[in-house]
Design a protein around this ligand. Structure first.
Ligand SMILES: Cc1cc2nc3c(=O)[nH]c(=O)nc-3n(C[C@H](O)[C@H](O)[C@H](O)COP(=O)(O)OP(=O)(O)OC[C@H]3O[C@@H](n4cnc5c(N)ncnc54)[C@H](O)[C@@H]3O)c2cc1C
Length: 381
């Protein structure tokens, strides 16, 4: 397994449960990639219901599963989509229909009720739709999967960067890495390799002579002091910039933006993005920009496919690439795209592919299996 984000965590757990011997190689600390920097929304899928129906449906299914298997890693406070102009108000019925078509229990509620539920929301709201959104702890959720995998014997190595993937007669045999703590080379024999390197997945695939079409779309978020709402508050429109406000502990976080980047390392917000986001947040909850800024940061979305626009035209759905079929590199699989919310489903798909490769006939049981507490990861070490 290459990559210690949410996808790598959930896949390490799934494969370990199926009886495979798993080694995870992560070049930094666990969750130091996109997983540790996302917005923290437990997506019901409502955001994608109008234009990206498959991922919308998957988000809803996975929200329900995560509420069962990792309830302590989330706040299930629901979400409000609010219409602030006539065009948004006119979209309400179509939006509710689209949500229901994706299995998401959205319901339009009277404005008075929405304001009673969330007093900080813009009082000029014209229409409001209640959806089953929530928030996730970006760190604890994947750490519960890592803790569970480690308890079954998975060997999880941080600060170990993969620099080569060797093959023999078209099949992967060995992963070569550098241990950044000791500076020494590391070599791991592997009958199969799952590339869960997020926005770096194309570079990792190239180490084995395989290709991955990926768009790295950077997004910025701004957190201010104070929890202005308990619910996730979104603009009732097609996904765009600065249209979601997420509460996290005692902070309120507005996001995000989107721009395609060639370099996925060392991403930083621009002054323009921060100013735009603070002003956009004021439309959702007036007074946001008057609060002290705690942090602003940027992360890259690993979108599956290539785009000539800002990446919005690419689906948020996830894709499993079998490089044996695509590039003649047998035993190499890339899992790409998706959301933090769908980590378990992505892992199931990747693990099914590995299982199919070996013909072992194992089955996924992660939708119901209890996960270890996240702190067990540290106790086991
Ligand atoms: C701005 C933004 C906001 C988002 N908000 C949300 C949200 O609110 N809710 C939601 O559900 N999703 C959200 N997402 C999506 C979500 O963050 C990602 O889908 C998810 O975190 C991807 O996880 P991953 O494990 O696939 O990738 P990553 O977390 O990036 O993990 C890949 C790992 O691979 C490692 N790696 C790379 N190269 C190597 C190498 N050569 N050797 C070893 N390790 C390597 C990296 O260090 C990294 O840790 C958001 C994304 C962005 C960008």
């Amino acid at each position: 397994m290459i990559g210690g984000g949410g996808t790598g965590a959930a896949t390490a757990w799934d494969l370990s449960r199926r009886g495979f011997r798993v080694t995870v190689l992560e070049r930094g600390e666990l969750t130091s990639g996109t997983t540790g920097r996302h917005h923290g929304q437990l997506h019901s899928g409502a955001r994608y219901a109008l234009a990206d129906r498959t991922i919308a449906r998957e988000c809803m299914v996975e929200t329900l599963i995560l509420r069962r298997i990792a309830a302590d890693c989330m706040e299930y406070n629901q979400g409000l989509f609010i219409a602030l102009d006539e065009a948004e108000a006119a979209l309400a019925a179509e939006f509710v229909d689209a949500c229901r078509g994706a299995g998401i229990g959205a319901v339009e509620i009277p404005v008075r009720r929405a304001l009673a539920m969330e007093g900080a929301v813009n009082p000029l709201v014209l229409k409001a739709v209640l959806v089953p959104d929530g928030t996730i702890d970006a760190y604890r959720l994947p750490m519960r999967f890592f803790a569970s995998a480690a308890a079954l014997g998975a060997d999880i190595r941080t600060f170990t960067e993969v620099v080569g993937i060797d093959r023999s007669r078209g099949a992967v045999t060995t992963v070569r890495a550098v241990d950044h703590r000791s500076g020494k080379p590391v070599s791991v024999s592997a009958d199969a390799v799952v590339n869960a390197a997020g926005p770096w997945a194309d570079r990792v695939a190239r180490l084995a002579g395989a290709e991955v079409a990926l768009t790295a779309a950077a997004g910025t978020m701004v957190a201010v002091e104070g929890r202005m709402t308990d619910m996730v508050v979104s603009r009732l429109r097609r996904p765009g910039d600065g249209d979601i406000l997420v509460p996290q502990r005692k902070l309120s976080i507005i996001g995000s933006t989107q721009r395609i980047v060639a370099d996925r390392d060392g991403l930083a917000p621009t002054e323009g993005e921060i100013a735009f986001l603070r002003s956009a947040a004021d439309n959702l909850v007036p007074g946001f920009s008057a609060r002290p800024v705690r942090a602003a940061w940027t992360a890259a979305r690993p979108l599956a496919g290539r785009s000539s626009d800002d990446g919005r035209s690419i689906s948020r759905d996830f894709v499993l690439i079998d490089h044996g079929k695509k590039d003649g590199v047998r035993g190499l699989f890339t899992m790409l795209g998706g959301k933090a919310t769908t980590l378990r489903a992505m892992a199931e798909t990747a693990s099914d592919a590995v299982d199919g490769y070996f013909g072992t006939g194992t089955r996924c049981g992660t939708a119901t299996a209890e996960l270890a507490p996240y702190a067990d990861y540290w106790r086991q070490r």
